[in-house]
Design a protein around this ligand. Structure first.
Ligand SMILES: Cc1cc2nc3c(=O)[nH]c(=O)nc-3n(C[C@H](O)[C@H](O)[C@H](O)COP(=O)(O)OP(=O)(O)OC[C@H]3O[C@@H](n4cnc5c(N)ncnc54)[C@H](O)[C@@H]3O)c2cc1C
Length: 421
């Protein structure tokens, strides 16, 4: 019998186990799959590091220093900004505080009106300084931007696709506080990729746990109250503990804790291409995000990830990640989508080259992120539904890497309270 059983070895479960052990408590992590990380894992395919869905690590996330030595991850940053495809071609927006010279040049040659730059500047300044944004009387990201004076044209051509890539939701209806947090993380820090892929983050977190803490290949089928604690049942046994933390994804959590309210999910699909660097259109070889600002195809956001982090592709090759988030496009079959993705990329780079790129991997993630519209977040108290039972993960907290880790640390504090109560 341990003090706490943690179900799920994603970021939330690992952060929880770290915090429990730091408090001197004993715990075990039961993980259904063959590795830690949950939605943050990296596969090696034909010499490439391929993340399970395009993800970035924002180095300003406040939870990071609690769970990992950031310098051990070998992070390489994207240019802070994005190229966005407009009706007149590519236009670039860069972070004025990080890349001041580039930002001025982009402003002069770019398509964003000065009035929009003037409306966004005070938001960026506030986000940089305080780590949040004022709601400006709005309940959604779109309302906040409109009330700040940003034009619909700039919202549609730049901010909508940018934040569609963040929330995996093109509606821009995210709750203002979730939007403000992400806006401030981009204002304060950089989007990065670790040298061993995004999956290196949970691996580094797991390495900090006591030997024998994690039990892989153990899918919990049911939980029951037992004596003064809880019993987690899996196929070849059961684990008793005084407190149980359920840190799984939402659908798995509802299968175990039936009282949990249903929350809508956002999906995504990543097409990962492998191409010869010598044949790659020069325009795509910049370590920056590429956005579709005119909705002319399925790809919302894309990047030459191996230009950002060279370890992602073998020497002489480029790994290009093209991502779909629009539910209307996601309703198509994989092969229809692939054809449309290639056509769109031909339009982007003015060549037929993308038709010949080798598809390395196509990955659909149905339950990628819980939707984050106003009112979607579960009410206060959801994390401790019954005595000795604690819930963690992006399902009950903010839906992000930071949110999952924060909810794990919070769950450890609730577990300690339950043990001493
Ligand atoms: C494609 C994609 C892109 C994303 N992009 C970003 C980004 O750029 N930045 C960002 O901050 N966030 C991003 N996110 C979100 C972020 O990855 C998640 O919010 C976070 O990883 C959730 O962690 P978690 O621990 O809550 O859940 P999970 O990662 O889902 O972990 C849950 C774990 O529980 C295990 N499990 C489930 N059921 C059981 C069971 N019955 N018994 C035992 N184990 C079980 C699962 O195998 C899994 O390992 C993205 C997510 C996806 C999918």
């Amino acid at each position: 019998m341990v003090d706490v059983t943690v179900i799920g070895g994603g970021l939330a479960g690992l952060a929880c186990a770290q915090a429990l052990q730091a408090r001197g408590l004993t715990c075990v992590v039961l993980e259904a799959s063959d590795g830690v990380g949950g939605r943050v894992r990296t596969d090696r395919i034909d010499g490439h590091l391929v993340d399970r869905g395009f993800q970035v690590l924002l180095d300003a996330y406040p939870e990071l220093p609690h769970v990992v030595d950031r310098s051990s991850l070998g992070l390489r940053p994207f240019i802070a900004g994005a190229h966005h495809r407009t009706r007149d071609g590519w236009s670039r927006v860069t972070h004025p505080l990080r890349h001041p010279v580039r930002a001025i040049m982009d402003r002069i040659g770019g398509s964003m009106p000065w009035s929009d730059a003037r409306a966004l500047a005070p938001l960026a300044w506030r986000a940089w300084r305080s780590g949040a944004l004022p709601a400006l009387g709005a309940s959604s990201a779109h309302g906040l931007l409109v009330n700040a004076g940003v034009s619909e044209a700039t919202i549609d051509s730049f901010l909508r696709p940018f934040f569609a890539g963040v929330f995996l939701d093109p509606s821009l209806q995210a709750d203002v506080s979730a939007f403000g947090f992400r806006f401030s993380m981009f204002a304060r820090g950089r989007a990065t990729l670790p040298v061993q892929g995004m999956g290196a983050l949970p691996v580094a977190m797991a390495a900090r746990l006591a030997a024998g803490t994690i039990r892989l290949g153990t899918r919990v089928r049911a939980i029951d109250r037992s004596g003064h604690g809880w019993m987690a049942q899996f196929d070849d046994g059961a684990m008793a503990s005084r407190v149980l933390v359920v840190a799984t994804d939402g659908p798995s959590m509802r299968a175990i804790v039936r009282s949990l309210p249903e929350r809508p999910w956002c999906s995504t699909m990543q097409f990962t291409f492998d191409l010869d660097r010598a044949d790659a259109p020069r325009a795509m070889l910049e370590p920056i995000l590429f956005l579709d600002g005119i909705s002319r195809g399925p790809v919302n956001h894309a990047a030459a990830v191996s230009v950002v982090q060279p370890s992602y592709a073998p020497d002489g090759r480029v790994q290009w990640s093209a991502n779909v988030v629009d539910p209307a496009w996601l309703s198509h079959t994989d092969s229809t989508l692939e054809t449309a993705v290639r056509e769109q990329l031909c339009g982007w780079f003015g060549s037929t080259a993308p038709q010949a790129w080798r598809l390395l991997h196509a990955q659909r993630v149905i339950h990628a992120l819980p939707r984050q519209h106003a009112g979607d977040r579960p009410p206060e108290g959801t994390a401790s539904p019954e005595p000795g039972l604690v819930l963690a993960g992006d399902q009950v907290g903010d839906a992000s890497i930071n949110g999952a880790m924060a909810s794990g640390r919070h769950a450890a504090a609730l577990a300690e309270q339950a043990l001493s109560g």
